[in-house]
Ligand binder design. Structure first.
Ligand code: AHR
Length: 509
Protein backbone atom coordinates (compact mmCIF):
# COMPACT_ATOMS: atom_id res chain seq x y z
CA UNK A 1 0.00 0.00 0.00
CA UNK A 2 1.36 3.43 -0.90
CA UNK A 3 2.28 5.55 2.09
CA UNK A 4 2.04 9.35 2.45
CA UNK A 5 3.83 11.21 5.21
CA UNK A 6 2.25 14.34 6.63
CA UNK A 7 4.19 16.46 9.06
CA UNK A 8 2.76 19.30 11.18
CA UNK A 9 4.29 21.30 14.01
CA UNK A 10 2.21 23.39 16.42
CA UNK A 11 4.66 26.28 16.00
CA UNK A 12 4.18 26.56 12.25
CA UNK A 13 0.90 28.42 12.15
CA UNK A 14 -0.92 29.50 8.97
CA UNK A 15 -3.26 31.86 10.82
CA UNK A 16 -6.17 32.04 13.19
CA UNK A 17 -9.50 30.66 12.02
CA UNK A 18 -12.27 33.23 11.91
CA UNK A 19 -15.46 31.26 12.58
CA UNK A 20 -17.18 33.36 9.94
CA UNK A 21 -15.64 31.01 7.36
CA UNK A 22 -18.34 28.51 8.34
CA UNK A 23 -21.09 30.83 7.13
CA UNK A 24 -23.84 30.09 4.64
CA UNK A 25 -26.27 31.84 2.34
CA UNK A 26 -30.02 32.23 1.88
CA UNK A 27 -31.23 33.91 -1.31
CA UNK A 28 -34.72 34.65 -2.53
CA UNK A 29 -34.27 31.88 -5.08
CA UNK A 30 -36.39 28.80 -5.63
CA UNK A 31 -37.41 27.30 -2.30
CA UNK A 32 -34.61 28.61 -0.11
CA UNK A 33 -36.84 31.07 1.76
CA UNK A 34 -40.39 29.90 0.95
CA UNK A 35 -40.79 26.19 1.84
CA UNK A 36 -37.19 26.30 3.07
CA UNK A 37 -36.59 28.34 6.21
CA UNK A 38 -40.09 29.85 6.12
CA UNK A 39 -43.29 27.87 5.77
CA UNK A 40 -46.23 29.01 7.88
CA UNK A 41 -48.57 26.09 8.41
CA UNK A 42 -45.82 23.48 8.40
CA UNK A 43 -46.31 21.16 11.41
CA UNK A 44 -42.97 22.29 12.88
CA UNK A 45 -43.34 26.03 12.12
CA UNK A 46 -43.24 28.50 15.01
CA UNK A 47 -45.47 31.57 15.37
CA UNK A 48 -43.30 33.39 12.79
CA UNK A 49 -43.59 30.61 10.24
CA UNK A 50 -39.98 29.47 10.70
CA UNK A 51 -39.65 25.72 10.16
CA UNK A 52 -38.43 24.02 13.33
CA UNK A 53 -37.14 20.89 11.57
CA UNK A 54 -34.95 23.07 9.34
CA UNK A 55 -33.78 25.14 12.30
CA UNK A 56 -32.70 21.97 14.10
CA UNK A 57 -30.52 20.89 11.17
CA UNK A 58 -29.02 24.37 10.81
CA UNK A 59 -28.13 24.23 14.51
CA UNK A 60 -26.37 20.93 13.89
CA UNK A 61 -24.26 22.63 11.23
CA UNK A 62 -23.34 25.39 13.69
CA UNK A 63 -23.45 28.09 11.02
CA UNK A 64 -22.36 31.43 12.58
CA UNK A 65 -23.41 33.86 9.82
CA UNK A 66 -25.86 33.86 6.88
CA UNK A 67 -25.71 36.09 3.83
CA UNK A 68 -29.04 37.52 2.59
CA UNK A 69 -31.04 38.36 0.37
CA UNK A 70 -28.91 37.40 -2.66
CA UNK A 71 -27.23 36.51 -4.97
CA UNK A 72 -28.43 37.55 -8.37
CA UNK A 73 -31.80 38.37 -6.80
CA UNK A 74 -30.19 41.22 -4.90
CA UNK A 75 -29.39 43.29 -7.99
CA UNK A 76 -33.06 43.92 -8.82
CA UNK A 77 -34.38 44.04 -5.25
CA UNK A 78 -35.77 47.12 -3.52
CA UNK A 79 -35.49 46.40 0.20
CA UNK A 80 -38.48 48.66 0.87
CA UNK A 81 -40.71 46.07 -0.85
CA UNK A 82 -40.03 43.63 1.98
CA UNK A 83 -40.98 45.73 5.01
CA UNK A 84 -44.21 46.92 6.65
CA UNK A 85 -47.64 45.29 6.78
CA UNK A 86 -47.60 42.12 4.68
CA UNK A 87 -50.88 42.82 2.91
CA UNK A 88 -49.47 46.07 1.55
CA UNK A 89 -46.22 44.61 0.21
CA UNK A 90 -45.93 44.59 -3.57
CA UNK A 91 -45.74 41.39 -5.61
CA UNK A 92 -42.89 41.68 -8.13
CA UNK A 93 -41.32 39.90 -11.04
CA UNK A 94 -37.89 38.64 -10.04
CA UNK A 95 -35.83 39.06 -13.20
CA UNK A 96 -32.87 37.10 -11.86
CA UNK A 97 -34.74 33.79 -11.55
CA UNK A 98 -37.91 34.46 -13.60
CA UNK A 99 -40.03 33.90 -10.50
CA UNK A 100 -42.71 35.85 -8.66
CA UNK A 101 -41.59 37.46 -5.43
CA UNK A 102 -44.44 38.06 -2.99
CA UNK A 103 -42.24 39.84 -0.45
CA UNK A 104 -43.95 38.04 2.44
CA UNK A 105 -40.46 37.58 3.85
CA UNK A 106 -38.12 40.56 4.02
CA UNK A 107 -35.51 42.27 6.17
CA UNK A 108 -37.46 42.20 9.46
CA UNK A 109 -38.40 38.54 9.05
CA UNK A 110 -34.78 37.69 8.26
CA UNK A 111 -33.58 39.55 11.36
CA UNK A 112 -36.16 37.70 13.49
CA UNK A 113 -35.01 34.41 11.99
CA UNK A 114 -31.39 35.32 12.79
CA UNK A 115 -32.36 36.05 16.37
CA UNK A 116 -34.21 32.74 16.67
CA UNK A 117 -31.29 30.78 15.23
CA UNK A 118 -28.61 32.90 16.99
CA UNK A 119 -26.99 33.49 13.62
CA UNK A 120 -25.33 36.76 12.62
CA UNK A 121 -26.80 38.43 9.52
CA UNK A 122 -24.58 39.29 6.56
CA UNK A 123 -26.68 41.78 4.62
CA UNK A 124 -26.19 42.83 1.02
CA UNK A 125 -27.04 46.09 -0.76
CA UNK A 126 -28.19 46.31 -4.37
CA UNK A 127 -25.58 47.85 -6.67
CA UNK A 128 -27.41 46.85 -9.87
CA UNK A 129 -30.68 48.79 -9.95
CA UNK A 130 -30.10 50.27 -6.48
CA UNK A 131 -28.48 53.62 -5.70
CA UNK A 132 -25.85 54.48 -3.14
CA UNK A 133 -28.58 56.26 -1.18
CA UNK A 134 -30.75 53.10 -1.14
CA UNK A 135 -27.73 51.33 0.34
CA UNK A 136 -27.20 53.96 3.03
CA UNK A 137 -30.92 53.97 3.84
CA UNK A 138 -30.88 50.22 4.43
CA UNK A 139 -28.00 50.70 6.88
CA UNK A 140 -30.04 53.42 8.54
CA UNK A 141 -33.11 51.15 8.69
CA UNK A 142 -31.09 48.37 10.30
CA UNK A 143 -28.63 50.22 12.51
CA UNK A 144 -29.84 53.70 13.44
CA UNK A 145 -31.51 53.77 16.88
CA UNK A 146 -34.44 56.04 15.94
CA UNK A 147 -35.69 59.60 15.51
CA UNK A 148 -35.40 59.63 11.70
CA UNK A 149 -38.10 58.70 9.22
CA UNK A 150 -36.27 55.58 8.09
CA UNK A 151 -35.19 54.27 11.49
CA UNK A 152 -38.67 55.00 12.86
CA UNK A 153 -40.09 52.84 10.08
CA UNK A 154 -38.19 49.91 11.60
CA UNK A 155 -39.54 50.77 15.05
CA UNK A 156 -43.07 51.00 13.68
CA UNK A 157 -42.52 47.59 12.09
CA UNK A 158 -41.89 46.07 15.50
CA UNK A 159 -38.13 46.34 16.06
CA UNK A 160 -37.56 49.00 18.71
CA UNK A 161 -33.85 48.24 18.98
CA UNK A 162 -31.51 48.56 15.99
CA UNK A 163 -30.25 45.30 14.52
CA UNK A 164 -26.60 46.36 14.59
CA UNK A 165 -25.69 44.53 11.37
CA UNK A 166 -21.91 44.45 10.95
CA UNK A 167 -21.27 42.52 7.72
CA UNK A 168 -22.42 44.12 4.45
CA UNK A 169 -21.84 42.98 0.87
CA UNK A 170 -21.75 45.88 -1.58
CA UNK A 171 -23.49 44.26 -4.54
CA UNK A 172 -23.24 40.77 -5.95
CA UNK A 173 -21.22 39.43 -8.91
CA UNK A 174 -21.17 42.84 -10.54
CA UNK A 175 -18.62 41.55 -13.10
CA UNK A 176 -21.23 39.22 -14.65
CA UNK A 177 -23.29 40.23 -17.70
CA UNK A 178 -26.06 38.04 -16.19
CA UNK A 179 -26.35 40.54 -13.35
CA UNK A 180 -29.27 43.00 -13.38
CA UNK A 181 -27.48 46.32 -13.88
CA UNK A 182 -24.03 44.80 -14.57
CA UNK A 183 -21.22 47.39 -14.53
CA UNK A 184 -17.63 47.61 -15.70
CA UNK A 185 -14.90 47.37 -13.07
CA UNK A 186 -14.34 51.13 -13.06
CA UNK A 187 -18.04 51.93 -12.92
CA UNK A 188 -18.58 49.46 -10.09
CA UNK A 189 -15.41 50.45 -8.26
CA UNK A 190 -16.46 54.12 -8.20
CA UNK A 191 -20.01 53.29 -7.16
CA UNK A 192 -18.89 50.85 -4.46
CA UNK A 193 -16.50 53.44 -3.04
CA UNK A 194 -19.28 56.03 -2.75
CA UNK A 195 -21.71 53.45 -1.34
CA UNK A 196 -19.12 52.40 1.24
CA UNK A 197 -18.56 56.01 2.34
CA UNK A 198 -22.27 56.66 2.76
CA UNK A 199 -22.84 53.36 4.56
CA UNK A 200 -20.02 54.11 7.01
CA UNK A 201 -21.20 57.68 7.61
CA UNK A 202 -24.73 56.41 8.21
CA UNK A 203 -23.25 54.03 10.78
CA UNK A 204 -21.71 57.02 12.53
CA UNK A 205 -18.15 56.29 11.36
CA UNK A 206 -16.28 59.57 10.89
CA UNK A 207 -12.72 59.96 9.60
CA UNK A 208 -12.13 56.22 9.75
CA UNK A 209 -13.11 56.02 13.42
CA UNK A 210 -15.71 53.60 14.78
CA UNK A 211 -19.23 54.88 15.32
CA UNK A 212 -21.41 54.13 18.35
CA UNK A 213 -22.06 50.63 16.92
CA UNK A 214 -18.45 49.98 16.04
CA UNK A 215 -17.30 49.61 12.44
CA UNK A 216 -19.02 47.94 9.53
CA UNK A 217 -17.23 45.06 7.80
CA UNK A 218 -17.67 46.00 4.15
CA UNK A 219 -17.28 43.46 1.36
CA UNK A 220 -16.68 44.55 -2.20
CA UNK A 221 -17.64 42.34 -5.17
CA UNK A 222 -14.70 40.48 -6.64
CA UNK A 223 -14.61 38.05 -9.54
CA UNK A 224 -17.54 35.66 -9.89
CA UNK A 225 -15.11 32.91 -10.80
CA UNK A 226 -11.68 32.63 -12.34
CA UNK A 227 -13.03 31.80 -15.82
CA UNK A 228 -14.31 35.36 -16.15
CA UNK A 229 -12.48 37.18 -18.97
CA UNK A 230 -12.06 40.13 -16.61
CA UNK A 231 -10.36 38.05 -13.88
CA UNK A 232 -8.12 39.23 -12.16
CA UNK A 233 -8.11 42.73 -13.64
CA UNK A 234 -11.60 43.25 -12.25
CA UNK A 235 -10.32 42.62 -8.74
CA UNK A 236 -7.31 44.90 -9.14
CA UNK A 237 -9.37 47.80 -10.47
CA UNK A 238 -12.14 47.45 -7.91
CA UNK A 239 -9.59 47.29 -5.09
CA UNK A 240 -7.74 50.32 -6.43
CA UNK A 241 -10.97 52.32 -6.21
CA UNK A 242 -12.08 51.05 -2.81
CA UNK A 243 -9.07 49.78 -0.84
CA UNK A 244 -9.17 52.21 2.07
CA UNK A 245 -12.95 51.96 2.55
CA UNK A 246 -13.48 48.21 2.56
CA UNK A 247 -12.45 45.20 4.62
CA UNK A 248 -12.96 42.16 2.44
CA UNK A 249 -12.90 41.23 -1.24
CA UNK A 250 -15.63 38.78 -2.19
CA UNK A 251 -14.93 35.76 -4.38
CA UNK A 252 -17.23 33.02 -5.65
CA UNK A 253 -16.56 29.59 -7.09
CA UNK A 254 -18.68 26.54 -7.85
CA UNK A 255 -17.18 23.27 -9.06
CA UNK A 256 -18.97 20.79 -11.21
CA UNK A 257 -18.65 17.16 -12.20
CA UNK A 258 -18.89 16.99 -15.96
CA UNK A 259 -19.02 13.62 -17.71
CA UNK A 260 -18.06 15.33 -20.96
CA UNK A 261 -14.58 16.33 -19.79
CA UNK A 262 -11.48 14.47 -20.88
CA UNK A 263 -10.78 13.35 -17.33
CA UNK A 264 -14.18 13.86 -15.68
CA UNK A 265 -13.40 12.41 -12.28
CA UNK A 266 -9.82 13.67 -11.95
CA UNK A 267 -10.77 17.19 -13.02
CA UNK A 268 -13.52 17.21 -10.43
CA UNK A 269 -11.30 15.82 -7.68
CA UNK A 270 -8.76 18.56 -8.46
CA UNK A 271 -11.27 21.25 -7.37
CA UNK A 272 -9.82 21.79 -3.88
CA UNK A 273 -6.31 22.42 -5.21
CA UNK A 274 -7.67 24.68 -7.93
CA UNK A 275 -9.62 26.65 -5.32
CA UNK A 276 -6.34 27.11 -3.47
CA UNK A 277 -4.78 28.57 -6.64
CA UNK A 278 -7.73 30.91 -7.13
CA UNK A 279 -7.36 32.22 -3.59
CA UNK A 280 -3.62 32.57 -4.19
CA UNK A 281 -4.17 34.83 -7.19
CA UNK A 282 -6.55 37.08 -5.28
CA UNK A 283 -4.25 37.12 -2.27
CA UNK A 284 -1.48 38.36 -4.58
CA UNK A 285 -3.81 40.93 -6.20
CA UNK A 286 -4.71 42.32 -2.77
CA UNK A 287 -1.02 42.53 -1.86
CA UNK A 288 -0.24 44.28 -5.16
CA UNK A 289 -2.90 46.93 -4.55
CA UNK A 290 -1.82 47.34 -0.93
CA UNK A 291 1.72 48.06 -2.10
CA UNK A 292 0.51 50.41 -4.83
CA UNK A 293 -1.68 52.32 -2.37
CA UNK A 294 1.22 52.42 0.15
CA UNK A 295 -1.32 51.13 2.65
CA UNK A 296 -0.70 49.40 5.94
CA UNK A 297 -4.21 48.01 5.91
CA UNK A 298 -4.80 44.29 5.32
CA UNK A 299 -7.85 43.48 3.22
CA UNK A 300 -9.05 39.89 3.55
CA UNK A 301 -11.22 37.61 1.42
CA UNK A 302 -14.89 36.79 1.89
CA UNK A 303 -15.42 33.57 -0.09
CA UNK A 304 -19.12 34.22 0.10
CA UNK A 305 -20.33 31.68 -2.44
CA UNK A 306 -18.69 28.28 -2.71
CA UNK A 307 -20.04 24.81 -3.36
CA UNK A 308 -20.50 22.02 -5.88
CA UNK A 309 -23.12 22.93 -8.46
CA UNK A 310 -24.00 20.27 -11.00
CA UNK A 311 -26.81 21.54 -13.13
CA UNK A 312 -28.28 18.22 -14.16
CA UNK A 313 -31.69 19.05 -15.58
CA UNK A 314 -33.10 21.93 -17.62
CA UNK A 315 -35.58 24.15 -15.83
CA UNK A 316 -38.99 22.52 -15.98
CA UNK A 317 -40.82 24.98 -13.79
CA UNK A 318 -43.15 27.51 -15.40
CA UNK A 319 -42.04 31.12 -15.74
CA UNK A 320 -42.93 33.43 -12.88
CA UNK A 321 -43.87 30.68 -10.43
CA UNK A 322 -43.68 31.50 -6.71
CA UNK A 323 -41.08 29.33 -4.98
CA UNK A 324 -40.27 27.14 -7.99
CA UNK A 325 -38.07 24.05 -7.61
CA UNK A 326 -34.78 25.54 -8.85
CA UNK A 327 -31.18 24.36 -8.50
CA UNK A 328 -32.24 21.47 -6.27
CA UNK A 329 -29.04 19.51 -6.79
CA UNK A 330 -28.89 16.18 -5.01
CA UNK A 331 -25.31 15.63 -3.92
CA UNK A 332 -23.54 12.35 -4.52
CA UNK A 333 -20.93 10.71 -2.36
CA UNK A 334 -18.33 11.90 -4.85
CA UNK A 335 -19.60 15.49 -4.47
CA UNK A 336 -19.14 15.15 -0.73
CA UNK A 337 -15.46 14.17 -1.19
CA UNK A 338 -14.77 17.23 -3.31
CA UNK A 339 -16.74 19.36 -0.87
CA UNK A 340 -14.59 18.16 2.06
CA UNK A 341 -11.43 19.08 0.12
CA UNK A 342 -12.82 22.56 -0.49
CA UNK A 343 -13.34 22.95 3.25
CA UNK A 344 -9.71 21.94 3.74
CA UNK A 345 -8.74 24.70 1.30
CA UNK A 346 -10.68 27.31 3.26
CA UNK A 347 -8.93 26.20 6.46
CA UNK A 348 -5.51 26.19 4.80
CA UNK A 349 -6.03 29.79 3.69
CA UNK A 350 -7.49 31.07 6.95
CA UNK A 351 -4.84 33.79 7.19
CA UNK A 352 -6.55 35.64 4.32
CA UNK A 353 -10.05 34.09 4.08
CA UNK A 354 -11.87 35.77 6.94
CA UNK A 355 -15.44 34.93 5.95
CA UNK A 356 -17.02 32.34 3.67
CA UNK A 357 -20.55 31.27 2.82
CA UNK A 358 -21.56 27.83 1.70
CA UNK A 359 -24.00 28.60 -1.10
CA UNK A 360 -26.62 27.85 -0.19
CA UNK A 361 -28.23 26.57 3.01
CA UNK A 362 -31.66 25.07 2.24
CA UNK A 363 -33.08 23.49 -0.96
CA UNK A 364 -31.03 25.53 -3.44
CA UNK A 365 -27.64 23.79 -4.00
CA UNK A 366 -27.84 23.08 -0.30
CA UNK A 367 -26.92 20.62 2.46
CA UNK A 368 -30.55 20.57 3.72
CA UNK A 369 -33.56 19.61 1.62
CA UNK A 370 -37.23 19.99 2.50
CA UNK A 371 -40.60 18.74 1.31
CA UNK A 372 -43.45 21.22 1.32
CA UNK A 373 -45.48 20.40 4.42
CA UNK A 374 -43.31 17.38 5.09
CA UNK A 375 -39.89 15.93 5.70
CA UNK A 376 -36.27 17.09 5.61
CA UNK A 377 -33.07 15.22 4.82
CA UNK A 378 -29.35 15.82 5.13
CA UNK A 379 -27.40 15.76 1.88
CA UNK A 380 -24.03 14.00 1.66
CA UNK A 381 -22.22 17.36 1.97
CA UNK A 382 -23.95 18.03 5.28
CA UNK A 383 -21.57 15.70 7.12
CA UNK A 384 -18.10 17.13 6.38
CA UNK A 385 -19.51 20.60 7.04
CA UNK A 386 -20.99 19.52 10.37
CA UNK A 387 -17.80 17.83 11.57
CA UNK A 388 -15.46 20.62 10.48
CA UNK A 389 -17.61 23.61 11.51
CA UNK A 390 -18.21 22.11 14.94
CA UNK A 391 -14.65 21.05 15.68
CA UNK A 392 -12.00 22.81 13.61
CA UNK A 393 -11.20 25.99 15.50
CA UNK A 394 -8.32 28.04 16.80
CA UNK A 395 -5.62 28.09 14.15
CA UNK A 396 -4.64 26.16 11.07
CA UNK A 397 -1.22 24.56 11.22
CA UNK A 398 0.95 24.30 8.13
CA UNK A 399 1.39 20.76 6.81
CA UNK A 400 4.24 19.31 4.83
CA UNK A 401 3.23 16.27 2.80
CA UNK A 402 4.90 14.02 0.25
CA UNK A 403 1.59 13.14 -1.41
CA UNK A 404 1.78 12.05 -5.03
CA UNK A 405 -0.18 13.98 -7.62
CA UNK A 406 -2.77 13.09 -10.24
CA UNK A 407 -3.26 14.96 -13.47
CA UNK A 408 -6.18 17.34 -13.93
CA UNK A 409 -7.15 20.16 -16.29
CA UNK A 410 -5.77 22.53 -13.63
CA UNK A 411 -2.39 20.78 -13.40
CA UNK A 412 -1.27 18.29 -10.74
CA UNK A 413 -3.56 17.78 -7.73
CA UNK A 414 -2.71 15.98 -4.49
CA UNK A 415 -4.02 12.45 -3.95
CA UNK A 416 -4.02 13.08 -0.21
CA UNK A 417 -5.57 16.43 0.67
CA UNK A 418 -5.48 17.50 4.30
CA UNK A 419 -5.92 20.33 6.80
CA UNK A 420 -4.75 20.30 10.42
CA UNK A 421 -6.17 22.68 13.00
CA UNK A 422 -5.17 23.39 16.58
CA UNK A 423 -7.42 24.81 19.26
CA UNK A 424 -5.14 25.76 22.17
CA UNK A 425 -8.01 26.66 24.49
CA UNK A 426 -9.73 23.32 24.03
CA UNK A 427 -6.42 21.46 23.73
CA UNK A 428 -7.63 19.85 20.53
CA UNK A 429 -6.07 19.01 17.18
CA UNK A 430 -8.28 18.13 14.20
CA UNK A 431 -7.22 16.46 10.97
CA UNK A 432 -9.50 16.46 7.94
CA UNK A 433 -8.11 14.29 5.15
CA UNK A 434 -9.37 13.19 1.73
CA UNK A 435 -7.98 10.23 -0.15
CA UNK A 436 -8.59 11.01 -3.82
CA UNK A 437 -6.62 7.93 -5.00
CA UNK A 438 -8.41 4.95 -6.50
CA UNK A 439 -6.77 2.64 -3.98
CA UNK A 440 -6.44 2.45 -0.20
CA UNK A 441 -3.65 4.52 1.24
CA UNK A 442 -1.65 4.60 4.42
CA UNK A 443 -1.04 8.02 5.92
CA UNK A 444 1.60 8.51 8.57
CA UNK A 445 0.89 11.67 10.53
CA UNK A 446 3.68 13.24 12.53
CA UNK A 447 2.18 15.87 14.83
CA UNK A 448 4.92 17.68 16.71
CA UNK A 449 4.94 20.13 19.63
CA UNK A 450 1.27 19.75 20.54
CA UNK A 451 1.70 17.67 23.69
CA UNK A 452 0.80 14.06 24.44
CA UNK A 453 -1.97 13.49 21.90
CA UNK A 454 -4.76 10.95 22.22
CA UNK A 455 -7.33 10.26 19.52
CA UNK A 456 -10.83 11.23 20.69
CA UNK A 457 -13.01 10.84 17.61
CA UNK A 458 -12.46 9.26 14.20
CA UNK A 459 -15.09 9.52 11.46
CA UNK A 460 -14.90 8.15 7.96
CA UNK A 461 -17.01 8.50 4.84
CA UNK A 462 -16.36 5.85 2.22
CA UNK A 463 -18.57 4.10 -0.32
CA UNK A 464 -18.34 1.65 -3.20
CA UNK A 465 -20.83 3.76 -5.07
CA UNK A 466 -19.49 7.20 -6.02
CA UNK A 467 -22.96 8.24 -7.12
CA UNK A 468 -24.79 7.21 -3.95
CA UNK A 469 -27.11 9.92 -2.62
CA UNK A 470 -29.43 10.55 0.32
CA UNK A 471 -33.14 11.18 -0.21
CA UNK A 472 -36.37 11.65 1.73
CA UNK A 473 -37.02 7.91 1.57
CA UNK A 474 -33.42 6.80 2.16
CA UNK A 475 -31.95 9.65 4.20
CA UNK A 476 -29.00 7.72 5.63
CA UNK A 477 -27.53 6.05 2.56
CA UNK A 478 -24.36 8.17 2.79
CA UNK A 479 -23.34 8.98 6.35
CA UNK A 480 -20.07 9.02 8.29
CA UNK A 481 -19.07 5.96 10.28
CA UNK A 482 -17.08 5.88 13.47
CA UNK A 483 -13.79 4.03 13.28
CA UNK A 484 -11.62 2.51 15.92
CA UNK A 485 -9.37 5.15 17.43
CA UNK A 486 -5.74 4.98 16.29
CA UNK A 487 -3.02 5.13 18.92
CA UNK A 488 -0.37 7.82 18.97
CA UNK A 489 3.24 6.90 19.70
CA UNK A 490 6.18 9.33 19.68
CA UNK A 491 3.95 12.00 18.04
CA UNK A 492 3.13 9.58 15.21
CA UNK A 493 0.02 7.75 14.15
CA UNK A 494 -0.99 5.80 11.09
CA UNK A 495 -4.33 6.00 9.33
CA UNK A 496 -5.55 3.59 6.67
CA UNK A 497 -7.69 5.55 4.28
CA UNK A 498 -10.00 3.62 1.96
CA UNK A 499 -9.86 4.53 -1.74
CA UNK A 500 -11.95 7.64 -2.38
CA UNK A 501 -12.79 8.58 1.17
CA UNK A 502 -12.88 11.45 3.64
CA UNK A 503 -11.76 11.03 7.24
CA UNK A 504 -11.91 13.31 10.22
CA UNK A 505 -9.82 12.74 13.30
CA UNK A 506 -10.03 14.70 16.53
CA UNK A 507 -7.24 14.40 19.07
CA UNK A 508 -6.75 16.05 22.42
CA UNK A 509 -3.89 16.50 24.87
O1 AHR B 1 -26.04 30.74 -5.55
C1 AHR B 1 -26.68 30.79 -6.80
C2 AHR B 1 -26.24 31.97 -7.64
O2 AHR B 1 -24.91 31.78 -8.03
C3 AHR B 1 -26.24 33.32 -6.98
O3 AHR B 1 -27.47 33.95 -7.05
C4 AHR B 1 -25.23 34.09 -7.77
O4 AHR B 1 -24.59 35.08 -7.03
C5 AHR B 1 -24.30 33.03 -8.31
O5 AHR B 1 -24.09 33.15 -9.65
Amino acid sequence: MKRTKIFADANLVVGSIDRHIFGSFIEHLGRAVYEGIYEPGHPTADENGFRGDVLALIKELNVPIVRYPGGNFLSGYDWRDGIGPREKRPVRLDLAWFSTETNEFGTDEFMKWCKTTEIEPMMAVNMGTGTILDAAHLVEYCNHPGGTTISDMRRANGAEQPYGVRYWCIGNEMDGPWQTGHLTADEYGRKALEAAKLMRWTNGEMDGKAGPNGKLRLIVSGSSNHDMPTFPEWDRKVLEHTYEQIDLLSMHRYYMYSASRKRPLEDFLGSADDMHEFIGTLRATIEYVRAKERSSKRVGISFDEWNIWTVTAPRNEPLWKRAPHLLEDVYTFQDCLVFAGMMNTLLNNCDVVKAACLAQLVNVIAPIMTEKGGRVFRQTSFYPFRAIANNAGGETVRTISDSDLFETMYGGARCINEAVTHNKEKREVCVSVCNYAQEDREVVLELRSFGALRAAEYLEMASNDLFAVNSFDAPETVVPHERELPSVKDDRLTLRLPAMSWSFLKLNY
